[in-house]
Design a protein. Structure first.
Length: 161
């Protein structure tokens, strides 16, 4: 049984201008079985009943890209003629060339991939040490509170009356 996906894919590739060999290699590289690809190519060849597809070459001249924009001078003249017809008279402005600055390529290091040793300021180190001491003291207080909760309650109740 011929795999229709491969046959249709080969047809599409041939329609795009690839050779049958290139299309078959593309399917083989995609993970399809070689026997299935060859079977689909044979089925495609028998469907067409013409010269082998590998030798068919479409001789279509390359299309020239269509120009979407008119040249700048024509647009400027058109705008100037429209403004004169409407009675608006603007000073003659000629488009100036944009001067591009020469940007010298330099060596830039990317901040994300810079995993070297970081220099931290003394203020940050001091803040980190103070925060660690605070959390250690807080943890110690909660541990003492857990073990001596009743003594704290009697002490506080004795102070309040």
């Amino acid at each position: 049984m011929v795999n229709q996906e491969i046959v249709e894919g080969l047809k599409l590739a041939l329609h795009r201008g690839e050779t049958l060999k290139q299309a078959m290699m593309s399917f083989f590289n995609s993970g399809y079985d070689r026997n299935e690809i060859q079977e689909a190519a044979r089925a495609l060849y028998t469907q067409q009943d013409v010269i082998p597809i590998e030798h068919q070459v479409k001789h279509t001249p390359p299309e020239k890209p269509k120009t979407i924009f008119k040249p700048l001078n024509q647009l400027v003249k058109k705008i100037q003629s429209q403004t004169k017809e409407q009675g608006f008279e603007k000073p003659n402005q000629v488009p100036q060339e944009i001067v591009k600055e020469n940007i010298k390529p330099g060596v830039f290091t990317q901040g994300v991939s810079d995993y070297g040793p970081k220099q931290s300021s003394p203020k940050k180190k001091l803040l980190l040490i103070l925060l660690l001491l605070f959390f250690i003291c807080l943890l110690g207080f909660f541990i003492v509170w857990f073990f001596f909760k009743e003594q704290f309650i009697t002490l506080i109740s004795g102070l309040t009356g």
